[in-house]
Write a protein that binds this ligand. Structure first.
Ligand code: NAP
Length: 343
C-alpha cells in the first residue's frame, strides 16, 4: 500500500487524513500549527517536522490547505523534496489558475492531479465527499476513493475549475435562501414555516446547506471561491478573460447621464454590466432626485454591426488552456448585442 503524506489538517484535512489511516495507509502528516496533528498521531500517523520531511519518502502527497497562497508557500518547501514517480494530489479549492501555476513548477517525473472536493466536514468524516479529479488521476483514483466517489473531469485544472462552478451555484443558492428568509421575516412569517416551504422547493439543497449546524466552512474560504478574479465574462467565448464585471479599470469612460443607445431594451431596473457609471433611466435607484428638463435631441450614435449567425464566434476553450485573444472581442467595450433590440 502507498505511503501517503497529508499536509493541511484543518476542518477538512483532519477527517480526510483519518480516512486514510482507517484504510491502513502508512501516513505521514504535517500541519503549520503542529498541535492540530496530535489526535492523528494518537491514531497512528507520523508527524513530520516540516513539509519537506513529510513528502520525502511519499508515493502520494495530498494537500488540503486554505487557498492558493498557502499552496504556493507549501510548494516552495515541498517541490525540491518530491521523489520521482510521486503523485501530488492538490485537494484544496484553489481554482484552475493556481493549479496551472503549480503544474508548471512540479519537477519531471512527478504527476500533479487536482482533486478538490464537494461536501463539507460531515461528509469528510463519513468518507462521502465528491471528488472532482482533473489530470492523470488513474494512478491515484483508488486512494481518492477513500474520501468518496471520484468523478474524472478531464485535463489538469478541470477539477479545480468545476469546483469553482459548483461553489458559485451553491453559495448563490445559499444567498438566495438568506434573501428569501429576510423577506419572510419582513412579511411577518414564521421562520420554521418559511424554511419548510423553501426546503420542499427547488432550493431544497441550498436550504439544507444554509441551515446545517454540523459543518464548518469559513466565510473567508467561501469568499475566495466567488471573488471576481475567478470570473470569466462573456468574452470568454473568444478566449479572453475579463476581470470584475463591475467597477474594473478596463471600462470605457463614463457615458452621458441617462444615456441609452436607441433601440436597446433593458429589463426594468437592470444594471448594465459594463460598470456602475452607466445609469438606467428606468431604474428606480438611478432616478435623479431633481427632475431634469427634457434633453435636447441627440444625433444618433453609430453602433457596431450586428453579428450574423455566420460570424458567431466559436465556443470558448477551457479557461485553463490559454488561447490568443482577439483585440476586438472585449465585451467591456462592446455594445449590447442587437438581438436584444425591441424595435
Ligand atoms: N470546510 C468546508 O466545508 C470545505 C468544503 C469543501 C472544500 N473546502 C476547501 O478545502 C480547503 C480547506 O478547508 P478547511 O475548511 O479545512 O480550512 P481550514 O480549517 O481553515 O484549514 C486550512 C488549512 O490550511 C493551513 N494553512 C493556511 N495557511 C497556510 C500557510 N500559509 N501555510 C501552510 N498552511 C496553511 C491551515 O494551517 P493552520 O492549522 O496552521 O492554520 C490549515 O491546515 C479550502 O480550500 C476550502 O475552500 C472546504
Amino acid at each position: 500500500m502507498e505511503k501517503i503524506a497529508f499536509l493541511g489538517l484543518g476542518h477538512m484535512g483532519e477527517p480526510m487524513a483519518r480516512q486514510l489511516l482507517a484504510a491502513g495507509h502508512e501516513l505521514t502528516i504535517w500541519n503549520r500549527t503542529a498541535a492540530k496533528a496530535e489526535p492523528l498521531v494518537a491514531a497512528g500517523a507520523t508527524l513530520a517536522a516540516g513539509p519537506a520531511d513529510a513528502v520525502r519518502a511519499a508515493d502520494v502527497v495530498i494537500t488540503m490547505l486554505a487557498g492558493p497562497a498557502a499552496v504556493r508557500e507549501v510548494a516552495d518547501a515541498v517541490l525540491p523534496a518530491l521523489r520521482p514517480g510521486a503523485y501530488w494530489v492538490e485537494m484544496s479549492t484553489v481554482g484552475p489558475d493556481a493549479v496551472r501555476e503549480l503544474g508548471a513548477r512540479v519537477p519531471a517525473g512527478v504527476t500533479l492531479v487536482d482533486a478538490p472536493v464537494m461536501g463539507s466536514t460531515d461528509k469528510a468524516a463519513a468518507g462521502r465527499l465528491g471528488i472532482l479529479a482533473g489530470g492523470e488521476a488513474a494512478g491515484v483514483e483508488h486512494v481518492l476513493a477513500r474520501f468518496g466517489p471520484v468523478t474524472r473531469t478531464g485535463a489538469l485544472g478541470s477539477g479545480a475549475a468545476l469546483k469553482l462552478v459548483v461553489n458559485t451555484a451553491v453559495l448563490g443558492g445559499v444567498a438566495l435562501v438568506a434573501e428569501a428568509m429576510k423577506l419572510a421575516d419582513a412579511l411577518g412569517l414564521a421562520e420554521g414555516t418559511t424554511k419548510d416551504a423553501l426546503a420542499g422547493g427547488p432550493l431544497g439543497g441550498a436550504v439544507a446547506r444554509a441551515f446545517a449546524t454540523d459543518v464548518h466552512f469559513g466565510n473567508d474560504l467561501a469568499v475566495k471561491d466567488v471573488r471576481p478574479r475567478h470570473r470569466v465574462g462573456p468574452t470568454a467565448r473568444h478566449g479572453g478573460r475579463v476581470g470584475p464585471l463591475r467597477g474594473g479599470r478596463r471600462r470605457p469612460g463614463p457615458r452621458p447621464r441617462g444615456h441609452r443607445p436607441r433601440g436597446h431594451a433593458h429589463p426594468r431596473g437592470a444594471r448594465d454590466l459594463r460598470g456602475p457609471r452607466v445609469r438606467e433611466t428606468t431604474s428606480p435607484e438611478a432616478t435623479p432626485r431633481t427632475p431634469s428638463p427634457d434633453p435636447a435631441p441627440r444625433a444618433p450614435r453609430s453602433t457596431p454591426p450586428c453579428r450574423s449567425p455566420s460570424t458567431t464566434p466559436p465556443p470558448h476553450p477551457a479557461p485553463w488552456a490559454p488561447t490568443p485573444r482577439s483585440p476586438a472581442s472585449n465585451s467591456m467595450t462592446e455594445e449590447p448585442c442587437c438581438t436584444s433590440r425591441a424595435r
